[in-house]
Design a protein around this ligand. Structure first.
Ligand code: NDP
Ligand code: 2IT
Length: 443
C-alpha cells in the first residue's frame, strides 16, 4: 500500500518529526485516487520528490538582551518547492519552533499556495525565539541577527517570507531594514510590509477575512449564511482579530476567543475594539478582556473554548488545538461548520469526526489561503510599483476565496468524494504542482 510505504520512508528518515508526518499522511491519503488515474506521477516518483524539501537552511541567531546577556536561538528556512514560483510562506517566532514544525508548515504551504491560483512556490521559516515579554529593542536586535544570515538566501524572485505566529508588522519592519542594508537594495523580499514602504492594503486583514469568505461559501451550499450565528474563534492574534471583524460584518456573533493562557466567553458578543486595544496596542493577555467587560467570563484552560455551544467554529491559534474530544463536543453541541484559520488546527481524529458528522469542514490549506494570496497580490503590486485601493484588493481576495472553494468542490467530486474538502483541497493543490514538476524534468 503506497501510503504505508511512503510513511515508513518518512518515519525512517525523519523519526522525530511528528507534525511533518501528520501533514504528509493527510496529503498522501487524499491523493491515492489521483495516483490510480495518473500512473505517470507514480513512475516519476512525484510523491517521493514532493515530500523532500528542495533546500533546508538552519542557522545560529545570537543576540544580546537589554542587560547585555547573550542568547543563542536557532533560525530555519525550509525552501520546500519552487515548481509554481518563488518559495513563499511565513516566518514563525515561537519557543515551540523546531524543524518538524517548520517542515509541516512548509509542506502545507506548497498546496495552499497552489490553490490560490497565484504563481508562488512553498516555503516556511522561523525561530524558537519568544517575542513575548521582550522590549522593542530586543526584538529589533533579534530580527537583525536573524536577517543577518537569512538575507543571502532570499530575493524577490527566489524566496519571499512573511509573518506567522509571533511575526507581525513590527518584526517585518526590522527584518526588512536589515535586508535593505545588507543587500543595498530596496526590494519586495517580504510581504506584510508597512503601507508607507511597499505593503499592500488588506494584507493585515487577509487571512481572517479570507477564512470568513470561505466559510460563507460553504454555508451558501446549504442556502445558509452567517446571519444570527454564534461563532467561536480561538486565538486572539492577527488571524483571530480579523476573523471576528468580518464575521460581525456578515451578521454573525463571535462569543469567545482565547490565547495560550485561557479563553473568554462573552455571550453578548465580543467587543473587538477592546480586544484590539489589549492585544494589538498593549500586547496584553486576553484575561484582561474579562476584567474590563462585565458580560464576559475568563477560564484558564484554552482548550475548553470548544465546550461553549456554537453554530460555527473558527480555530485560529495553532496546530492540533482541536482533538477528538473537542471535535465530538462541538458536534454534540450542534456546530454546523468549521473553518480553519490556523494551520492544521484539527488532529486527524478530529477532522474525521467533522467529516463523518456532515459538518461543513473547511481545511486550513483552503480556508486560510487568503493571507498568502494577498501576499501574492502584494508581490504583484511591488512588481508594478503601484498600489491598489482597499476595495480593489479586497474584491480580488474575495474572488480568490470563492474560486478556491469551487476548485476544492470540483476536485472532490471529480475524484470520488463529493463534499469532502480535505480531499478536494489536497487534490486540486497537488495537480498543478505535480504537472509543473513533470514539465520541469527530474531536478
Ligand atoms: P499571532 O501571533 O498573531 O497570534 C497567535 C494567537 O494564537 C495568539 O492568541 C496566541 O496566544 C495563540 N497561540 C499561539 N500558540 C499557541 C499555543 N501553543 N497554544 C495556545 N494558543 C496559542 O499569529 P497569527 O494570528 O498570525 O497565526 C495564528 C494561526 O494562523 C497560526 O496557526 C498561523 O500559522 C496561521 N496562519 C497565519 C497567517 C497569517 O497571515 N498571519 C496565514 C495563514 C495561517 P499567545 O499570545 O498566548 O501565544
Ligand atoms: O501560513 C500562511 O499561509 C502564512 N503564514 C502567510 C504566508 C505568506 O507568505 O503570506
Amino acid at each position: 500500500m503506497l501510503v504505508d510505504e511512503i510513511m515508513a520512508q518518512v518515519s525512517q528518515r525523519d523519526p522525530n518529526q511528528p507534525e511533518f508526518h501528520q501533514a504528509v499522511q493527510e496529503v498522501v491519503e487524499s491523493i491515492v485516487p489521483v495516483l490510480e488515474r495518473h500512473p505517470e506521477y507514480r513512475s516519476q516518483k512525484i510523491i517521493q520528490r514532493i515530500i523532500e524539501p528542495e533546500r533546508a537552511i538552519q542557522f545560529r541567531v545570537p543576540w544580546s538582551d537589554d542587560d547585555g546577556n547573550i542568547h543563542v536561538n536557532r533560525g530555519f528556512r525550509v525552501e520546500f518547492n519552487s515548481a509554481l514560483g518563488p518559495y513563499k510562506g511565513g516566518l514563525r517566532f515561537h519557543p515551540s519552533v523546531n524543524l518538524s514544525i517548520i517542515k509541516f508548515l512548509g509542506f502545507e504551504q506548497i498546496f495552499k499556495n497552489s490553490l490560490t491560483g497565484t504563481p508562488i512556490g512553498g516555503g516556511k521559516g522561523g525561530s524558537d525565539f519568544d517575542p513575548k515579554g521582550k522590549s522593542d529593542a530586543e526584538v529589533m536586535r533579534f530580527c537583525q541577527s536573524f536577517m543577518g544570515e537569512l538575507w543571502r538566501h532570499i530575493g524577490p524572485d527566489t524566496d519571499v517570507p512573511a509573518g506567522d505566529i509571533g511575526v507581525g508588522g513590527r518584526e517585518i519592519g526590522y527584518l526588512f531594514g536589515m535586508y535593505k542594508k545588507n543587500a543595498n537594495a530596496f526590494q519586495g523580499i517580504l510581504t506584510g510590509k508597512g503601507l508607507d514602504w511597499g505593503g499592500s492594503l488588506v494584507r493585515t486583514e487577509a487571512t481572517g477575512y479570507g477564512c470568513t469568505y470561505f466559510v460563507n461559501e460553504m454555508l451558501k451550499t446549504k442556502g445558509d449564511s452567517f446571519e444570527g450565528k454564534n461563532v467561536l474563534v480561538s486565538g486572539s492574534g492577527n488571524v483571530a482579530i480579523y476573523t471576528i471583524q468580518k464575521v460581525h460584518q456578515l451578521g454573525g456573533k463571535c462569543i469567545a476567543c482565547s490565547d495560550s493562557q485561557g479563553f473568554v466567553h462573552d455571550p453578548e458578543g465580543l467587543d473587538l475594539d477592546l480586544i484590539q486595544q489589549i492585544k494589538e496596542v498593549e500586547r496584553g493577555r486576553i484575561s484582561e478582556y474579562a476584567a474590563k467587560r462585565p458580560s464576559a467570563e475568563f477560564s484558564p484552560n484554552w482548550r475548553d473554548i470548544w465546550t461553549v455551544k456554537c453554530d460555527i467554529a473558527m480555530p485560529s491559534a495553532t496546530q492540533n488545538e482541536i482533538d477528538a474530544n473537542s471535535a465530538q463536543t462541538l458536534v454534540d453541541n450542534g456546530c454546523m461548520a468549521v473553518g480553519e484559520g490556523a494551520n492544521m488546527p484539527s488532529t486527524p481524529e478530529a477532522a474525521e469526526i467533522f467529516v463523518n458528522s456532515g459538518v461543513l469542514y473547511g481545511p486550513a490549506k483552503a480556508a486560510n489561503a487568503g493571507g498568502v494570496a494577498t501576499s501574492a497580490l502584494e508581490m504583484s503590486q511591488n512588481s508594478q510599483r503601484l498600489s491598489w485601493t482597499f476595495e480593489e484588493t479586497d474584491a480580488r481576495l474575495h474572488q480568490i476565496m470563492i474560486n478556491i472553494h469551487a476548485s476544492c468542490q470540483k476536485a472532490a467530486a471529480d475524484y470520488g468524494s463529493p463534499g469532502n474538502l480535505i480531499h478536494g483541497a489536497n487534490i486540486a493543490g497537488f495537480l498543478k504542482v505535480a504537472n509543473s514538476m513533470m514539465a520541469h524534468g527530474l531536478i
